[in-house]
Write a protein that binds this ligand. Structure first.
Ligand code: ADP
Ligand code: ZN
Length: 616
């Protein structure tokens, strides 16, 4: 137990401090005052003894405590006395002769005195222990290691199973292999199969990443270690690194097990990015890399990381042998939302009118945590209304309340915004489909996609990405502009929704001019050396400035020219397709998501193939 910390903790609570002070000062005097002896001279004591007025004494090396007989007390309250012991050879003989009871041996008085001091100390310890137990209770079920903020939690027995996580079937499929491995590591290693060391779960907050990681541990029946990246940020230099070391030591001793690192981005931000280099974070990150390299998945330890900002992660973390398996945990579609609602409705009694499908349909953009919240809120409303079962009105009201909260946080779209997003997304899609060589579109959706699966894979810097021809780069710009142009055509006005697209388009155009020598005006010259992958750089920053203001102006005008050329091209392409644009947007609004095949069918003959009812 860390005494200093407990005392510090105690001092923040006045009542504990008062109790401590009280214990120190009151108890010795309480013991003493029980008898409240009067001090007498030794000669008086001796006289009393000889007069037979002393009933009992206890003798220590320096003091004699005693009790007068009731006869001798003469109205004095207690009859207890004390006197300083002097050298007196006759003392014990006289006491014996007078029949005085000698109770205390010298040692026992000493003990009593010592006790008077020990007792308060014991009490102090008892209080501290009590306080520490209460603190401990708040984290019951966890084992807290270390005393700084970045805590390692260990849970031995996880109750969560895959049954508790819904609407993420594809993700579960990805994780089944990990479970099988944890259940029987030796089986895998004998065959020599490749087991990932680290799985990175990527998705917006509340989509169930933590829940999934726990469910993997629960399904495999292994311990679950967890730590949160954001807790490292405030640590002193060196502490984070040692905490990471601790974590791996602990985990290895309990293998097979899972280590879950939440908010990996907080600790794994690309090194050297951002205004100030954060030394502590770098050390911690380096330690994490070292630890990841230093173990073998054959040890039976699997790392699961979670982030909603994969693009800022240090590329070193994503390399082979580290977090090399990436699984996107997106916002659920309607069918998924229904399943999640069902999971959380298990514990409540639903009325016959409580149609969860209705609720699933009205909660576009909601994540699992929001849906869990709806059931909760509806149950509370039901209790407040003194109803027996949760009905549709309660569920709907719960949705409205939560939408209100989310709209403030800009997380769900109102109907007008949805309409705009639908046209915007169809704009991208139609533009892409008009370019025969362009990558086929897998899926589009009006669900706000902070990080779309597509957007994410596009952003991972790969070698062949840089082997693109000029027209391919122009096509990419055109597709990025497709969304914005669609908005212009339909609404005659642009919105802030295209900001990200514009950034990316500008980035490509700038690279064409500055890095790849693709501008006729500026010629075959690269103004950049040692350039980081585009997406890791702060947009628009002119990092290496080996050119003058004149050249900078020329670069800007060339970038602008490229963008304008593409803008004109996209406008011409999409203008003749406005009917299709509107039609597609209507469909998208209705279905929330359209597959590439559906889009293709729409584009070729304007109709949609039939498909199973929202079976995504
Ligand atoms: P994340 O780690 O992605 O931020 P969490 O796993 O912490 O999200 O989710 C918070 C809570 O929301 C969970 O404890 C659970 O109650 C609920 N939840 C989120 N996603 C799901 C899901 N797919 N299925 C069931 N419940 C979910
Ligand atoms: Zn867009």
């Amino acid at each position: 137990m860390d005494l200093n910390r407990l005392i510090k903790k105690a001092s923040s609570k006045p009542w504990i401090m008062m109790a401590l002070v009280g214990a120190f000062f009151l108890i010795p005097s309480l013991i003493a005052s029980r008898q409240n002896p009067s001090t007498i001279a030794y000669s008086d004591f001796k006289t009393a003894v000889l007069a037979g007025e002393v009933e009992s004494v206890s003798v220590s090396r320096t003091f004699i405590h005693g009790q007068m007989t009731s006869r001798a007390r003469k109205g004095a309250k207690s009859g207890a006395f004390e006197t300083l012991r002097v050298d007196d050879d006759d003392l014990f003989r006289d006491l014996k002769k007078q029949g005085v009871k000698v109770t205390g041996l010298p040692e026992s008085t000493f003990l009593a005195e010592a006790f008077a001091w020990i007792l308060p100390i014991l009490i102090v310890f008892a209080i501290l222990r009590f306080a520490s137990q209460r603190m401990g209770q708040r984290q019951s079920g966890f084992m807290t290691i270390g005393r700084s903020k970045a805590r390692i939690y260990m849970e031995k027995e996880i109750e969560v199973s895959f049954n508790d996580v819904a609407g993420v079937e594809e993700v579960k499929e990805e994780l089944v292999e990990v479970i099988e491995f944890l259940q029987a590591p030796e089986k895998f290693t004998r065959i020599g199969g490749h087991i990932p060391k680290g799985v990175l779960l990527i998705g917006p907050p509340g989509t169930g990443k933590t829940l999934l990681a726990k469910a993997v541990a629960g399904e495999a029946g292994v311990p679950f270690f967890s730590i949160s990246g954001s807790e490292f940020v405030e640590l002193f230099v060196g502490v984070g690194a040692s905490r990471v070391r601790d974590l791996f030591v602990q985990a290895k001793s309990k293998a097979p097990c899972i280590i879950f690192i939440d908010e990996l981005d907080a600790l794994g931000k690309a090194r050297g990015i951002g205004p100030a280099v954060h030394e502590e974070r770098e050390q911690t990150l380096n330690q994490l890399l070292v630890e990841m390299d230093g173990f073998d998945s054959r040890d039976g330890v699997i790392l699961i990381g979670a982030t909603n900002r994969p693009e800022i992660l240090d590329p070193a973390l994503l390399r082979a042998g580290r977090f090399d398996r990436h699984v996107v945990v997106g916002r659920p579609y309607k069918a998924g939302r229904l399943e999640i609602l069902k999971v959380h409705a298990r514990g409540v009694t639903l009325g016959p009118d409580a149609d969860l499908e209705v609720i699933a349909a009205m909660t576009v953009g909601f994540v699992g945590a929001d849906l869990a919240n709806i059931i909760n809120e509806a149950a509370l409303l039901t209790v407040r209304r003194e109803k027996e079962m949760v009905g549709l009105p309660e569920l709907q009201e719960a949705v409205e309340r939560i939408v209100g909260g989310l709209e403030k946080k800009n997380r769900v779209l109102n109907p007008m915004e949805k309409d705009r997003v639908a046209h915007h997304e169809i704009g991208h899609a139609l533009m892409a489909m008009s370019i025969p060589s362009f990558d086929t579109i897998q899926k589009i959706s009006i669900i706000p996609r902070g990080i779309a699966a597509l957007g994410y894979t596009l952003q991972l810097p790969t070698e062949d990405r840089f082997l693109m021809t000029r027209s391919e780069l122009e096509n990419k710009i055109a597709v990025f502009l497709g969304g914005r142009v669609a908005e212009e055509l339909i609404y005659r006005e642009t919105s802030t929704g295209a900001r990200d697209d514009l950034l990316k388009a500008t980035d490509i155009a700038r690279s064409m001019v500055k890095a790849y020598g693709m501008s006729d005006k500026l010629g075959q010259i690269s103004f950049e050396r040692d350039r980081r992958p585009m997406d890791l750089e702060a947009p628009g920053s002119s990092s290496s400035g080996e050119y003058g203001a004149e050249t900078a102006r020329e670069i800007d005008s060339e970038v602008r020219r490229i963008l304008e050329e593409q803008h004109t091209r996209v406008t011409e392409t999409l203008r003749v397709k406005t009917d299709l644009l509107r039609q597609g947007a209507r469909l998208l609004l209705e279905k929330e998501t359209l597959t590439g095949m559906e889009l293709q069918a729409l584009a070729t003959d304007g109709v949609l193939p039939s498909r199973a009812h929202s079976a995504i």
